[in-house]
Design a protein around this ligand. Sequence first.
Ligand code: ARG
Length: 448
Amino acid sequence: APDADVFAFGASFGIDRRLVEDDITGSLAWAAALADAGVLSAADAAAITEGLEALLDEARRDPASVDGPDEDVHSWVERRLGERIGEAAKRLHTGRSRNEQVALDLRLYLRRRLPRLQALVAGLVGACAAQAGQAGDALMPAYTHLRRAQPILVAHFWLAHAEALRRDHARLDAARRQAGRMTLGSGAIAGTAYEVDTAALARRLGFDGVVANSRGATADRDFVADFLRAAALAMVHLSRLAEDLIVFGTEEFGFFELDDRVATGSSLMPQKKNPDPLELIRGKAGRAIGLLTGWLATMKGLPSGYNKDLQEDKAAVFEAEDTLAGCVPPATTLLPTLTLDRDRAARAASGLLLATDVADYLVARGVPFRRAHEMVGALVRRLVAERRDFDDLSMDEWRAVSPLVHEDVRQRVTARASVESRRTPQSTHPEAVAKSLDAVRAWLRAAG
Ligand code: ARG
């Protein structure tokens, strides 16, 4: 008999019980394949199928029933099946190993669960698009190095976040495809000695095909790393969105304000309104990154073939899934409660950050860009020292900068004119932004 403590240490049932549905799905298919191959009698196959279906039903109706002293979910299914149908249960594991089974289960699980994560991410894209729509023609400064850079539409800001999240949606889709090969027929490592139709098994289980090499397949967890990477990057994007909203919501920036319902107070300072949910999202991104790097470290030294280290994959997958599924909904709830301070954001979008527009004005009058850059740089230095702005310059002062400057400089050097001067489809020009928003809305309709 195993030492109780060591057995408990090696047991994974507490974690992998979450695979019960997938384990039974895989076993139903395996029983059918064994019957088709003439390994199981029709009567045994029918008993096994009936027993597994009843077990699945019970597990779904009463998740707490998936419990016991078993080592893992596979052992639980086998034991419970035996209790239901007797001897015939002992034939189910013919030609099969838990090594290929657990790899199959986790693949089935991800293929089943990833669309749910994608739907959550699409919901957040929708919230960004709604904010972009509400922002209309509102202006804000865009920052590089967290210094004011150039004016953009607030909608452009939101659509940048929507775009990152759309890439996450696509990455989750790719992760689903990476988990798309069926492992049954691999045995413990060398393949199975029974003539099962693996292609038919793959079709039945909704896979895109069968693994190419049994030795590789039983130890391959690349699809786990692919998923963890997709989840980690999505969390990185949530974190950057959170960080933007935290910074732009401070008293110093004051572009957005969180609703009281999604902010918290301080136990001491009566004036405080803290963006706790955003900070938690930012904080949890660190865990998601850790799961990916931790998993890569677990895999890197393994000799080929199954090793028990691989059992650690499920805890990482479930935690990454729970982290992402836990963070997207609060972000999606929080976004529509934001109020935009249009005046303040617009005020911050004018002033010396229009320097590029002054340079472009001179370029349009024939000044070489490098020369214009120098001239405007000197002008900005002077204005900073005098605590003044382009707005304050008299026409005489403008003409002292260059005789090429005309009256129209006043209309050309504004935040509005700046965004309207952009020409490319990815720019902040209002028409380009409107088109991007349309594209996101069409994508949302297609993503359903
Ligand atoms: N609980 C195990 C896991 O998650 C199942 C596979 C066990 N295989 C073995 N050879 N011990 O990896």
